[in-house]
Design a binder for this molecule. Sequence first.
Ligand code: PLP
Length: 367
Amino acid sequence: MNIPFLDLNKLNAPYEARFKKLFEHFLESGTYILGDAVNNFEQEFARYCGTEFCVGTGNGFDALRLIFEGYKAEGKLAEGDGVLLAANSYIATVLAVMHAGLKPVFTEAESKFFNIDLEKLDPPDTSVKVLLVTHLYGQLGPVEALSDYAKKHQLLLIEDASQAHGAEFKGKKAGSFGDAAAFSFYPTKNLGALGDAGAVTTSDESLAKTIQSLRNYGRKDAQHNTFIGLNSRLDPLQALFLTEKLKDLEELNQKRREIAKRYLDAIENPKIQLPFYAGSTNHVFYVFVVLVENRSHFLDYLKADGVGYGIHYEVPPYQQEALKRYNQLHFPVTESIAQSCVSLPLHPGLTEAEITRVIEVLNAYHA
Ligand SMILES: Cc1ncc(COP(=O)(O)O)c(C=O)c1O
């Protein structure tokens, strides 16, 4: 049996008839940029996240970048300000900071939440103005402690919620903890489009309005521009698909959690370190990441047994060739995660037989 890591066609197949109908109406509507489809999704997604506003963008990278540009346009951030983030952040998160003219300040990660290790975090230097928390792998970071840290040091708290659509803590959802949050709807995400798409959520009306303008050339109206903006509008066709898929997100996240529980209960192998899971809705299992010592050996084993996998991520951003100026940094925990992480197949389309097979293969592994 071959079990692919992810099967997007299978996940989107149940929507085929509805998507075709939506496309027919879309074609007939004659409105192909912004319009009701985008407004409607923005309202629905803000309601879902529990924020007052949502602004659709072209992708998740732009959503994050536009939050920083928005604060700069409002005078709350300035060129060169520091952004504290985990050293194991995804490269897009770091690049969004850099493209906005800000400075990433990497800090060590821990392997429970795969987030910033607050115990190793000293008071930030005065150039740092933002604490950026990525809810990596679908699990909310320690939001209360991070929020306390941000308040104590008067930092803006910004979430990269691109991997955590619907993750919840004390009745609040990812995207509603910080001053603003960025989402990606890249097709593999828990809420995935059929192309590129993203959004900002916030309850700050002024920021929402600024970003709404910035994503559309900084325009005020058809003939006047207030900001040096860019073009990163959410595609209305993607907005239609996303609005349809949003209706099922809670149920699909629950399915992911149930599969994760099955793995956590049934996989027993001292060679495989399973992820921490509090058993609550604070995790939506975008990916199920295990840690193994001899990864290449383990990957060969999975390949031979037909179990697909992903690696999130093999090279920490500060070690990337593109980020040469940070290459001298060294974070032992982050590097150990990067060398040992493997993501197993976990998505709502997995069959019972596939789940059982993954468990069987993992239990039979020996180094
Ligand atoms: C944590 C994180 N941040 C940012 C991004 C960038 O999103 P996009 O690919 O939609 O630009 C992604 C996804 O690719 C992500 O997982």
